[in-house]
Design a protein around this ligand. Sequence first.
Ligand code: HEM
Length: 398
Amino acid sequence: MMSTDFDYFSSHGLFSHENDLLSDTMFNATGTKWKTLRSKLSPSFSSAKLKTLFGMLYQLGDRFEKKIEDYSKKGETLDMKNLAMCFGTDVVSICLLGLESDCMNYPESDLGTISKLMSEPRPVKFMVENTVNWNLLGTLGYRVWSKRIDNFFLTLIPDALEFRKKNKLSRNDMIGLLIQAQDNDQLTEREVIANIVSIYFAGYETTSTTISFLMYELSKNQEVQDKLRKEIMDLRKLTPDGEFTYDDLVHMKYADKCIYETLRKYPPVPEVPRAAVKDYKIPGTNQVIPKGVLITTPVMSVHYDPEYYPNPEEFNPENFSPENKAARHEFSFLGFGGGPRICIEPHKGLQPNELCRHQQGTKKRLNGGQGRGNSVSVFVENRNENKFNHSIITSVRK
Ligand code: HEM
C-alpha cells in the first residue's frame, strides 16, 4: 500500500476543497496534484538549503539551554512539553517565516498562542470530514482550521509576501525560498500560503513531542544519558571552539539512535493514513477495497511487535544499530511514514539532535522521570551540586 501499490493509495484521505485555502496543501493533496507539489517543494528541503538555516537553529538551542538553567536556579516547575513546543514554534517562525517569535520567553505571544490552538485535538472536525461529502462541506464554507487560525495566517503571510516583494528583500529562510519558486512560476501564491501553514504545523508539533519524550526517557535511563553526553563531549573536544556545525551532526550516531528509539516508542503520528484512489483488488483474494476507503496503518502496533523489537517496552537505542536495522523489514519503523509520501524533511531528527547537543552538553542531568496521570515529571540535577534542584513536567499525550 505504501510502496509497491502506492498508485492505488497515493492519498492521505484528508479533506481538501478549493474554498478552503488552508486545506489546499501538499499534505492533503492527491494523485498528480500531490506529485507536482512534492517535486516543487522538495528542493526547499535539500541539505544545502537546510544548512543555511542551521545557524538560526543553533542560537535557539542556546536559548533553550539557558531557559532550563534559569528554571533550575529558580527551582520552579517547568512544563517540558510546553517549552519544547515553544522551542519548535521559535524554530519554525524564524526558519519558515523569518519572524522572531521568542515564544520561549513569551509563550503567550501571537505565534505561541496560535501554535497551542493548532495542537488542540480536533475529534469532531475529523469525524465531520470523514462522514460528510467534501463538496457539500466546501460549499457550506467548512474550514480545516478555526476562524482564528485562518484569519491569523491569511493576514500574516500575504502581508509578509507583499512586504518582501515590495522591498526586494531576499532572505534564506523558507518563505524566501518559496518566493523564489513563485518568481520562477513553479508555485502560485495560493500554494505558497497554504503550504507554509502546513509546514509550520508539521515542523513544530512532531519535533516538540519527540523532544519531550526523549528528555523523559533520558531521565529514566542514566546509562543512555551518560553515553549520549560522552558522545557530545568527545565531539566537542574535536572542534576548535567546542562548538558544532551542521556537518558535525552526522557524527552524532548515538544521538540518532536515541531519537529513533524515542520515535519508535512514542511516534508523534501513531497512525499513517492512506485512502484508495481507485478500486484495489487484494492480491490472491477476491476482496476489493473500493475507491475512497480510508485505511490506517497502526504504527504503534508495528513498533511494539516483539518480532521486530524484542522487549518493546524497554528503551533501547541499540534497536537502531546498523546491524539491527539491517536485520529488520524496512517498514518495521514507520515514525516518518514510508514510500513516496514519506516525511519530506530529510533531517527529521535535526531539531531533537540539536537539542541533545545543547541539553547534554550542559552540567544538568535529567533524573527521576515518572508518570503522573497524563503527564510525567523529570528532575534536572545540577551535577556540580549533585542534588536534584529542579523538576520538569513533560506533558505526555496518551
Ligand atoms: C520528529 C519529527 C517528524 C516526524 C516524526 C514526522 C513524521 C511525518 C509523518 C509520519 C508523515 C506522513 C508520511 C506518510 O504518509 O507516509 C510526515 C509527512 C510530512 N512531514 Fe514530517 N515529521 C517530522 C518532522 C517534519 C518537519 C520538521 C517538517 C517540515 C519542516 C515536516 C514536513 C512534512 C510534510 C510537508 C509532510 C507531507 C509529505 C507528503 O504528503 O508528501 N516534517 N511527517
